[in-house]
Structure formats: structure tokens, C-alpha cells
Design a protein around this ligand. Structure first.
Ligand code: ATP
Ligand code: MG
Ligand code: FE
Length: 349
């Protein structure tokens, strides 16, 4: 199926045209430069920017794909999770286009989109596999059994991995977004310069939840180290701090994900979300997985961070299975991945 897809859950206005697992066009208008001066995403500003960017992005997506509306089988948009005001812009546009063009509408779960980014870059990837989703708002190890069939095996109990990158970048005065800035700084730093703790999640009866994550303690530890270094050092060793923090996150994610895959009988790991763009994580995960005989997939960088191609790819799969969303479907700031199928009804025959 050929799907026109819209993604406006956070701070990228994105429109793509996808034919099954191939991208015909993918337009991303990033608002990063606008939010940078506030040090983070301002929801009201995001909604307004989406409104301004959406129509030019729609036009560009059709021109770049070189197709007309007659080639489009359905219109999709991210409906959850995300900023409600931001989601509403994309969903309203998608519904209006669906009505005007007499096409089916499909609501898409943003995290299912991040999972489908792996299919775009590895069209031969087949379930079951373990998806590690590491983004600004989520950190989860998910068993992917098929379209709409997900079981979360591990998740963060506090900060998401990307959130930790953003908060530590703020501590190091590296600006927003923090992930790419830390990645860059860390290249000239020593990952063993400082020993930071790997956050563990205690089990009430004793021991730890093996596949869960906790990053808020790590952020606090970096903060304490920065505070003590400021007292004694003339200049902060930014590169060493960034490299040591990044290595701790990468080590934690890699060890738990590989253990989770092995113990769950899954032989492939597909990493997705903005933090999957991290060069050190890519390197460490690939090495650890190869050692254990696991296949590992990382999408190219532009498919790791938010884009509409991944949303279109997920929608195309649902479309082929006869899944359609009612035009009364609303948006939601939170929706567990296990409830993806609540977005669809079977197509009337
Ligand atoms: P979610 O998908 O959970 O709703 P989001 O859509 O805001 O959140 P993404 O766009 O998938 O998240 O990812 C953005 C996050 O990825 C930010 O926290 C950013 O700092 C982080 N990030 C981007 N590039 C890198 C990198 N090279 N290294 C580490 N983190 C990175
Ligand atoms: Mg984003
Ligand atoms: Fe995202």
C-alpha cells in the first residue's frame, strides 16, 4: 500500500510517502533551532510551528515522491503518545485529507513507528525480534511478535535514555538537544576517566529486575562530580565527563538488551529512537551482539530521530491487514504500546 503519513508528536513536522517498506519521500522540518533558546521543547510553540510548517511539508512530500493523490491508498498520522496540541495538528490535517480525498485514515502509535524504522532499513527483518527503543521519552526492550503484537520486557523506571543525555548536556552547558552534543564531545574524551554507577531497579523480594533501566541516579552522580570538580579544577573536563557518562549508558543498554534477547530466545536486536543515533552505543551494541551470535540492526541516523517515513511504514502494514481507524479517534499524550490495536477496527467488507 502507498501511504501519506504525518508525524507531529513533538518538535519535528514530518510528512512522508511510503510504499510498504520503501520511502518515496520523507520531509522533516525540524523546530530544534526555535526551541534551542528555551533549552527544551515548549509545547505551545511546537503546536504553532507545526501549523505553519504542515502545508509546505505536505506539498513537498508529493512533489519529491513524484506521485499524485491517485497513487495514495491511505492517510496516516501519529495519534499517541506525544504533546497533545502538537499531535492535534497532524491528526486534524490527516483526517481532513482523508475526508476530502475519500481515503481511509489510520492512526499510528509513535513507538510502533520507531520499531518500523528498522523494517525500512532492513526490509528482510522478520519477527520475532527484540526491539530496543531509546528516545527522548522512552527506554524499552520490546519483544516484537508481529504487526500490533508487542510485549514490553523491560523499561525505565524514571528518566528515558535521551532525557538523561539532555539533562547531562545541560549540566555540562552543552545546549539542547543534548544527545548529539555529548556524542561529539565524547569523541575526544576518555570513557574510563570517571566511574559512574549503572542504575539498577530493585525487586521487592531482593535482587534486581534484570531488564529494567534507571537513569536518574546516573544523572545525579554526574551532577555531583561536576560540582566537586568545579571546586578543584580550573576548567571542567567536559570531554571526559561526556565520554564517561555516555559509556555508562551504552554499557547498561547493551548488557541488558543482549541478556534479554538471549534469555528470551530472540536472535536479532533492532535498535530505534533518537538515542540509536549515538555512535558509541552503535559500536558497543554491535560488538556485544556479534560476540553472542546475535544479529543487530540500526537504522540510518535520519530514521532514528523522529520522521514520518517510519509512521507510514507502520500504517502500510496495518492497512494491508485491513486495519482502519475511525475518524472519531482522538489523540493521547500516553498510550501503552500493548494497546496499539485499540486504534483500529477491521475494514467493513
Ligand atoms: P519519544 O519518541 O519517546 O516520544 P522523541 O520523539 O522526542 O521522544 P526522538 O526524536 O526519537 O525522541 O529522540 C530524541 C532524543 O534522542 C533526544 O533526547 C536526543 O538528545 C537524543 N539523541 C539524538 N541524537 C543522539 C545521539 N547522537 N546520541 C545520544 N542521544 C541522541
Ligand atoms: Mg524529536
Ligand atoms: Fe520519537
Amino acid at each position: 500500500a502507498t501511504i501519506l503519513a504525518i508525524e507531529t508528536s513533538c518538535d519535528e513536522t514530518a510528512v512522508a510517502i511510503v510504499r510498504d517498506r520503501s520511502v518515496l519521500s520523507s520531509i522533516v522540518a525540524s523546530q530544534i533551532a526555535i526551541h534551542q533558546r528555551y533549552g527544551g521543547v515548549v509545547p505551545e510553540v511546537a503546536s504553532r510551528q507545526h501549523l505553519e510548517a504542515i502545508n509546505p511539508c505536505l506539498d513537498k512530500s508529493l512533489v519529491e515522491a513524484g506521485v499524485g493523490w491517485s497513487a495514495i491508498d491511505g492517510v496516516a498520522a501519529t495519534v499517541a503518545p506525544g504533546l497533545v496540541g502538537a499531535l492535534l495538528v497532524g491528526v486534524s490535517a490527516a483526517k481532513a485529507l482523508a475526508v476530502v480525498r475519500n481515503l481511509p485514515f489510520l492512526g499510528v502509535h509513535h513507538l510502533e513507528g520507531h520499531i518500523y524504522a528498522s523494517y525500512l532499513s532492513a526490509p528482510d527483518l522478520q519477527p520475532p525480534f527484540l526491539s530496543l527503543l531509546v528516545s527522548g521519552g522512552h527506554t524499552s526492550a520490546i519483544c516484537v511478535r508481529g504487526c500490533g503484537d508487542y510485549e514490553t520486557l523491560g523499561t525505565t523506571r524514571d528518566d528515558a535514555a535521551g532525557e538523561a543525555f539532555d539533562k547531562v548536556a545541560r549540566l555540562l552547558k552543552l545546549g539542547y538537544p543534548g544527545g548529539p552534543a555529548i556524542d561529539r564531545q565524547a569523541r575526544s574524551g576518555n570513557p574510563d576517566a570517571f566511574a559512574f554507577p549503572e542504575g539498577k531497579v530493585s525487586r521487592p523480594g531482593g535482587g534486581y529486575y534484570q531488564y529494567d533501566f534507571s537513569f536518574s541516579g546516573l544523572k545525579t552522580a554526574v551532577g555531583r562530580k561536576v560540582a566537586s570538580l568545579v571546586e578543584t579544577e580550573p576548567t571542567l573536563p567536559i570531554a571526559d565527563l561526556a565520554a564517561s557518562f555516555q559509556a555508562t549508558v551504552a554499557r547498561t543498554l547493551t548488557a541488558r538488551t543482549v541478556a534479554c534477547a538471549l534469555n528470551s530466545g530472540l536472535d536479532a536486536i533492532a535498535v530505534g529512537g533518537g538515542v540509536a543515533a549515538n555512535s558509541y552505543l552503535r559500536q558497543q551494541m554491535q560488538r556485544a551482539a556479534r560476540e553472542k551470535g546475535l544479529r543487530v540492526f540500526f537504522p540510518p541516523l535520519h530514521l532514528c530521530t523522529d520522521n514520518a517515513a517510519m509512521i507510514g511504514c507502520a500504517a502500510a502494514d496495518h492497512y494491508e491487514r485491513g486495519h482502519r481507524s475511525p475518524l472519531t479517534l482522538g489523540v493521547s499524550s500516553r498510550l501503552p504500546l500493548s494497546q496499539v490495536m485499540s486504534l483500529y477496527a477491521e475494514a467493513p467488507i
